[in-house]
Design a protein around this ligand. Structure first.
Ligand code: ADP
Ligand code: MG
Length: 255
């Protein structure tokens, strides 16, 4: 395994098997020989149906879950490297928000976890609120239990960006949002892309991937079925990504 400094993410045959059942005598293979690369500055979409293993892969990359076998690097460093954590931002699939806190308090709390000085955290929080489109007065006054799903997702994005990360890992960032909410989150992701950030995001929604990504991979039943740019994958295939996606995953799902 060589250190490739041009790659933000590289995995080699990552496999994850969970033991389940009362006696832990059953096994579920959530990820099987998963090998992908994501270049720095790229927006990469991991597309797959529910249960494909998308969250499992992100959790392994973040060091939340350990792979059963295989290897991976983030920003040229092995998984679990403490230094690399400060360059990563993460929005979980079902982010938990402290209901009684205001967005401002929550973001201050997140900044504290990075031991950010108070003056720097204030500046950063203001910048991020601007980016995600939440007024400072609302962020300071309103407890998050009164926020809509779309607003909470924007707060989630702000917390993922508090440390100005180079690599941003987003797990289903548009899920559960109405069309306007999806549009707004997509615009935020596109502005991060313009800043040159590397974005890795999981989705089961084809249009989100189609509109944002430089490259994508299709994951089904734990296996990477294909990887490349939309153009590379569709090639002379006249039909839509949807048709392509279905043609790829159908044999896996019904096998
Ligand atoms: N902690 C766990 N224990 C047992 N099985 C799990 C666990 N986490 C995920 N799985 C299983 O692994 C598979 C992939 O799950 P997941 O990575 O959450 O998929 P996705 O994010 O693509 O919907 C599913 O079958 C799921 O039930
Ligand atoms: Mg998931």
């Amino acid at each position: 395994m060589t250190n490739n400094t041009e790659l933000a993410v590289a995995t080699w045959n990552l496999t994850k098997t969970y033991k389940t059942g009362f006696w832990l005598n059953q096994q579920i293979t959530s990820l099987q020989n998963c090998s992908i690369t994501v270049a720095k500055g790229e927006t990469f979409g991991l597309l797959g149906p529910n249960g494909a293993g998308k969250t499992t892969l992100l959790k392994i990359l973040l060091g939340i879950t350990k792979a059963s076998s295989g290897k991976a690097q983030i920003l040229g460093r092995p998984l679990g490297d403490q230094m690399v954590r400060q360059y990563i931002g993460y929005l979980p699939e079902n982010a938990y928000f402290y209901n009684h806190l205001s967005a401002w308090e929550f973001l201050e709390f997140t900044a504290n976890l990075f031991t950010m000085p108070a003056s720097l955290s204030r500046t950063r929080i203001k910048q991020l609120l601007d980016l995600v489109g939440i007024a400072q007065s609302t962020a300071k006054k309103k407890q998050m239990k009164h926020y809509s799903k779309g607003m909470l997702q924007r707060v989630g994005l702000a917390q993922a960006l508090i440390n100005d990360p180079d690599l941003i890992l987003l797990d289903e960032p548009m899920s559960g949002l109405d069309p306007l909410g999806r549009y707004e989150v997509r615009e935020i992701i596109l502005s991060l892309k313009q800043e040159g950030k590397t974005i890795f995001f999981n989705s089961h929604v084809l249009t989100d991937v189609e509109r944002i990504c430089d490259r994508l991979a299709i994951l089904a039943a734990g296996e990477i079925l294909c990887i490349g740019s939309l153009k590379e994958l569709l090639g002379d295939y006249d039909n839509s990504l949807e048709d392509f996606f279905i043609s790829q995953i159908k044999p896996k799902i019904y096998s």
